[in-house]
Ligand binder design. Structure first.
Ligand code: ADP
Ligand code: NA
Length: 342
C-alpha cells in the first residue's frame, strides 16, 4: 500500500528461535524486499518490554540486545531500507505509554491472556498470586500500543499470539480519536505471518518461546547443524510410524514439524505431506526435517557470527536507527500533546 508505515518489534530476551523467524523476522525481510519509496519501515528490539519478564542479569541483557540487532541484520534486513533500533533509545515510547494509559481500562487489560500465561495465573481468585504480578507486565499491551501508534503505523506484521494486543491497540486508537474528535491515530492492520504458531519441541501444547528454560525445546536460528540434528532427534513425536501426516489434535509433535517444514519451504501443508509420502520411519523423517532446517538457517547463522565480531558496526546501525526513529517520534508526540491541550 502507498505511504504505509510498517512497524514491528521483538523482545531481546534471548536468542531468536524458529517461531520468531517464521512468525516475525523473515516476514519483515520479505516486506523490506518489497518496499517502495513511500513506505517507512521500522523494526526494533522491544527492550523496554523485556524487563517485564523475570529480569535477565545486566551483562546478559546487554548481550541479548546486541544479539537481537545482529539477528535482525543476519536475516537479511538492510538498515538502509528499514529503521533498525532499540525501543529504549527513543524516549517518546515511554511518554506515549503514559498518555495512553489513562485511556486503557483495567477491564480490557484484564481480558488479555499474555500476563496470565506469563505469570502462570490459572485461578484469578488467588489474591496472593495476583498481588505479586507487576504493573509493567499488566500494562505491557499499552506500551505496545504506544510503540505502534507513536509512528502512526498502518501495518504491523506479527505472529498470531499478538492478535489480541493489536485489537487493543485499535481500541485505544479509537478511544483517543473519539475523545479528542480527531483522526490523528490510524487503525493499524495486523499482518499475520503465513505460518501457524511454532510449538515447543518437547511440549507441543506450548508455543516455542525465548523464555523457555528447557533449551532442547527451542531451535535457535544460530544453532549449529549438529545441535539442530540433536534437538530434532529428541523432539516429542508419537509411535505411529509408516506415514507422516498433519493432524494437530492426535499428532501434535509430528504436526508441529510438518508446520515448520511448510513455513520454511513456503509451501502448503498438503504439499509437505506429498513431499514426505515416501518416508516410512521416524529416523528418516527427522533427518529430512534437520536437512531442511540446516539448509535454511546456515546463511543467517554465518552472517550472525560475522556481525557479532563487529559490535561497533551494530552499535552504529542501532544508533542511526534511533536517531531516525526519534525524529518521527518527536514530531508525532508534539502533535499528540497539542491535541490533548498540553
Ligand atoms: P518470545 O515469545 O519468544 O519471547 P516475542 O514475544 O519477542 O517472542 O515475539 C516476537 C515476535 O515473534 C512476535 O511477532 C511473535 O508473534 C513472534 N513469535 C514468538 N513466538 C512465536 C512462535 N512460537 N511461533 C510463531 N511466532 C512467534
Ligand atoms: Na511473546
Amino acid at each position: 500500500p502507498k505511504n504505509a508505515t510498517i512497524f514491528s518489534m521483538i523482545q531481546p530476551t534471548g536468542k531468536f528461535h524458529l517461531g520468531n523467524y517464521l512468525g516475525a523476522v523473515r516476514v519483515w525481510k520479505d516486506i523490506a524486499d518489497l518496499k517502495d519509496d513511500g513506505t517507512t519501515l521500522l523494526f526494533g528490539t522491544a527492550d523496554l518490554h523485556a524487563i517485564t519478564v523475570p529480569k535477565p542479569n545486566v551483562k546478559e541483557f546487554r548481550e541479548y540486545r546486541t544479539e537481537a540487532i545482529a539477528s535482525i541484520l543476519s536475516i537479511g534486513i538492510d538498515p538502509e531500507k528499514a529503521i533498525v533500533f532499540h525501543q529504549s533509545r527513543v524516549s517518546q515510547h515511554a511518554e506515549l505509554h503514559w498518555l495512553l494509559s489513562s485511556f486503557a481500562s483495567m477491564g480490557s487489560l484484564n481480558r488479555m491472556t499474555q500476563w496470565k500465561s506469563k505469570s502462570n495465573i490459572n485461578d484469578q481468585s488467588d489474591d496472593t498470586a495476583l498481588g505479586a504480578i507487576k504493573l509493567g507486565l499488566f500494562a505491557y499491551p499499552v506500551l505496545q500500543a504506544a510503540d505502534i501508534l507513536l509512528y502512526r503505523s498502518t501495518h504491523v506484521p506479527v505472529g498470531d499470539d499478538q492478535s489480541q494486543h493489536l485489537e487493543l491497540t485499535r481500541q485505544l486508537s479509537n478511544t483517543f480519536n473519539a475523545f479528542y474528535k480527531t483522526k490523528y491515530f490510524p487503525m493499524p492492520t495486523t499482518i499475520l505471518a503465513p505460518t501457524k504458531k511454532i510449538l515447543s519441541l518437547s511440549n507441543p501444547e506450548k508455543k516455542m518461546s525465548k523464555s523457555d528454560l528447557n533449551q532442547k525445546s527451542v531451535i535457535y536460528i544460530t544453532d549449529a547443524p549438529d545441535v539442530i540434528a540433536k534437538k530434532v532427534k529428541r523432539a516429542v513425536t508419537d509411535s505411529i510410524s509408516e506415514s507422516f501426516y498433519y493432524d494437530p489434535v492426535n499428532r501434535p509433535g509430528i504436526s508441529n514439524l510438518i508446520n515448520t517444514l511448510s513455513g520454511v519451504q513456503r509451501v502448503s501443508i498438503e504439499e509437505v505431506e506429498k513431499d514426505i509420502r515416501h518416508i516410512k520411519d521416524h529416523k528418516n523423517f527427522k533427518q529430512y526435517v534437520t536437512d531442511v532446517l540446516v539448509a535454511e538457517l546456515t546463511p543467517s547463522r554465518e552472517r550472525f557470527h560475522h556481525f557479532m565480531k563487529n559490535p561497533d558496526y551494530l552499535h552504529q546501525v542501532s544508533e542511526e536507527g534511533a536517531s531516525k526513529a526519534s525524529e518521527i517520534a518527536e514530531k508525532n508526540i508534539t502533535e499528540v500533546k497539542r491535541i490533548m491541550g498540553f
